[in-house]
Design a protein around this ligand. Structure first.
Ligand code: SF4
Length: 336
């Protein structure tokens, strides 16, 4: 179900704008029907009251928890079953965040990513993205939503933008706490500035070398690292939200002194932060995580040379590592 269809259903059942907003707010914020001072029967039209139980049971069937995998750092990895039997992963992050998926599978094919190995299975509808947030909110408070799970949001742009719009309005999430994470695509830089809810931007850079990036992210749009940073910088400055540059640190691949020099040339003085995340090793894939000492040394060097750098662990890394592995395991798919 798309959110636009849900709105049509509500209007067809007699909902005016304020009724529609109330129903969407209760759903997206996982609030009980009795929430608020007035009871629904005091102000919702009778036709809508009659239609609501059916609509609510359809909303509840969009996504359900298949399994929950707590991690030592307070994160929880969730395997979420969709109505057609497909599954996606969400991660409840420490400090009231949730990372959600935007597609089943992914067409970008990043060579170090489990999700990328199987290609795209299907797009998620906008309501399936919001439903992941609803499931998360049924477990704990959510104040931040990052579109950083399975899938490339730029490849499902209409639906992701629709989900962001709802989460940033009826969903009650501050716009700067909605994070659109992309490998970079010209359509993103045209589209996001037009929305009434403008999310923060995370850009998966991973290398400063265009030739290496083509190998690591084989089906990402052919924008050079310089073009990507220029476009992201423009969006970040326009919104007032610093760009989050993402860098999965792979031993012997993108941790060289040449790369450090390239990062300084590319990002020094930019309106953003570099999140350096030592890679989570995936069974069957030939990429390795550098030592924490090496990663810390790189982060210190970049800091000293004027690039704001944060060294991060990916949340819940003791539970089947990176995204896509829970789903693969549930499907019985061996790593490539
Ligand atoms: Fe897709 Fe992200 Fe995996 Fe790359 S890292 S294949 S963009 S899900």
């Amino acid at each position: 179900m798309q959110i636009a269809h849900l709105r049509e259903r509500l209007r067809a059942a007699g909902a005016g704008p304020s009724h529609e907003q109330r129903v969407l707010r209760l759903w997206a914020q996982a609030l009980p029907q009795t929430s608020g001072k007035r009871r629904p029967q005091d102000f919702l039209p009778a036709t809508l009251l009659a239609a609501l139980p059916r609509i609510e049971s359809e909303l509840a069937r969009i996504a359900r928890l298949q399994s929950v995998h707590p991690a030592a750092d307070g994160a929880e990895r969730l395997l979420v079953a969709l109505a057609d039997g497909q599954t996606v992963e969400s991660v409840l992050l420490p400090r009231d965040g949730v990372c959600i998926s935007s597609q089943v599978g992914c067409a970008v094919g990043c060579v170090f990513c489990m999700t990328g190995q199987g290609g795209l299975v299907r797009q998620l509808a906008s309501a399936e993205m919001v439903a992941q947030v609803v499931l998360a909110r049924q477990r704990r408070p959510v104040k931040k939503v990052v579109f950083m799970g399975m899938g490339e949001p730029a490849h499902n742009l209409d639906n992701v933008v629709e989900a962001i719009d709802l989460l940033g309005t009826a969903g009650g999430i501050a716009h700067k706490n909605l994070v659109f994470s992309t490998v970079g695509d010209p359509r993103v830089f045209e589209r996001l500035p037009q929305g009434r809810v403008k999310p923060a931007l995370a850009l998966s850079l991973h290398t400063t070398r265009a030739d290496l990036r083509e190998k690591l992210l084989p089906r990402a749009p052919r924008m050079s690292p310089q073009e990507l940073v220029d476009a992201a910088e423009g969006y970040g400055r326009a919104t007032g939200y610093p760009v989050q540059y993402q860098w999965a640190l792979l031993e012997g691949i993108n941790d060289s002194d040449d790369e450090i020099e390239g990062i300084v040339q590319l990002l020094k003085g930019k309106y953003g932060v570099l999140n350096m995340i030592p890679y989570n090793t995936v069974d069957g894939l030939p990429y390795r995580r550098p030592t924490w000492e090496r990663a810390a040394e790189i982060a210190r060097t970049l800091h000293r040379r004027g690039v704001l750098t944060k060294l991060r662990q990916s949340a819940g890394q003791d539970v089947d590592g990176g995204c896509g592995q829970l789903r693969a395991r549930a499907l019985g798919v061996p790593a490539a």
